[in-house]
Design a protein around this ligand. Structure first.
Ligand code: FES
Length: 264
C-alpha cells in the first residue's frame, strides 16, 4: 500500500545555476530510508503532471527531515523550485532498494553531475562507520561545482578519506571526466559505489571489471513516473545467455554493475 504523507517544506534554495536543494520535514522517511533510496513528490495543483522522483541526498541531523538536491529539467522541477518554506507537499517514500553497504578496505565513491547528491548519505555512512577504511570520493562536474565543500566537510578529520574533483572544462581539479581521473591514480578498489549518467556508469562498470572489485551503480537518472506504471525506466539485466527487463524504479535503482547489459 502506498504511504503518502503531507509534509512541510523547511527550505528550498538554489545552490548553483541550475541546481536546487529542498529540505522536507518527514520523520518516517528520514528515519527509515537507506542510502540510495528515493521519494516521489506530488504537485496537487498540477494534476496533469506525474509525480517526480527525487533521490534522497541526506537526512537532517535531528532525524526528522530529508534533503533532496535536484536539477531543473522541466515543468515539474520548475514548479517544485518555486515552492516556498512552510508549504505542504505530498510525498511518498522511501522507495527503491538503495545501496548495500559492505565492509571493505579500499572503497571508491564516484559521482557524476546530478548523480553526486544521492551519494552524500552513503558517503557519511561509509566514512563514519568504516573505521580504518581507505575511501576515495570522486566528484565529476561539467563546469560549475556544487556540494563539493560539503563532501570535504564529511572527510575532515579522517586521514584515510580523500575527495577528488574533476571538471570537463578544466576549471577546477583534474581536467577530464571522472573515470579518466580514477584511472589516472592507478589504484585498486575492493568496492565501488557510483551514480551518474549512463555513459559514465558504463565506463565505471568497465573500470570495475578491469580493476577486479565489486561495483554497485545507481541508475536513477533513468526514472520517469517512479512507481512502476510508465515502463519508461527498464534496463536489460543479464539472465544466463539472455536477458530480462527490470524496472529501475521498482527493482533498483541500485544494481550490481556486472548484472547490467550495457550494449542495447
Ligand atoms: Fe515509470 Fe519505472 S519510472 S515504471
Amino acid at each position: 500500500m502506498k504511504n503518502y504523507s503531507l509534509s512541510e517544506i523547511l527550505e528550498n534554495n538554489r545552490i548553483s545555476e541550475n541546481i536546487f536543494s529542498i529540505v522536507i520535514k518527514n520523520k518516517m522517511i528520514a528515519q527509515s530510508c537507506k542510502a540510495g533510496q528515493f521519494v516521489e513528490i506530488y504537485l496537487d495543483n498540477y494534476k496533469n503532471l506525474l509525480p517526480r522522483p527525487f533521490a534522497i541526498c541526506d537526512v537532517g541531523k535531528d532525524g526528522d527531515a530529508v534533503r533532496l538536491v535536484y536539477q531543473l529539467v522541466g515543468e515539474g522541477t520548475e514548479k517544485i523550485s518555486q515552492l516556498k518554506k512552510g508549504k505542504l507537499v505530498r510525498i511518498l517514500g522511501p522507495l527503491g532498494n538503495g545501496f548495500e553497504l559492505k565492509e571493505k578496505e579500499n572503497i571508491a565513491i564516484i559521482g557524476g553531475g546530478i548523480g553526486i547528491p544521492p551519494l552524500m548519505q552513503l558517503t557519511k555512512k561509509l566514512v563514519y562507520e568504516s573505521a580504518g577504511a581507505n575511501i576515495d570520493i570522486f566528484l565529476g562536474y561539467r563546469d560549475e561545482l556544487f556540494l563539493n565543500e560539503e563532501f570535504k566537510l564529511i572527510r575532515s578529520g579522517f586521514n584515510d578519506v580523500r575527495v577528488h574533483i574533476s571538471t570537463d572544462d578544466g576549471s577546477a581539479g583534474y581536467h577530464g571526466n571522472v573515470v579518466s581521473h580514477i584511472k589516472s591514480l592507478n589504484k585498486k578498489f575492493d568496492i565501488i559505489y557510483a551514480c551518474g549518467p549512463r555513459p559514465m556508469l558504463k565506463a565505471v562498470s568497465d573500470f570495475a571489471k578491469e580493476n577486479g572489485g565489486e561495483c554497485q551503480i545507481s541508475c536513477e537518472e533513468r526514472m520517469a513516473c517512479g512507481f512502476g506504471v510508465c515502463v519508461g525506466c527498464v534496463i536489460k539485466i543479464k539472465d544466463g545467455d539472455s536477458f530480462v527487463y527490470k524496472k529501475v524504479c521498482k527493482d533498483g535503482p541500485v544494481f550490481e554493475s556486472k548484472e547490467v547489459l550495457w550494449d542495447e
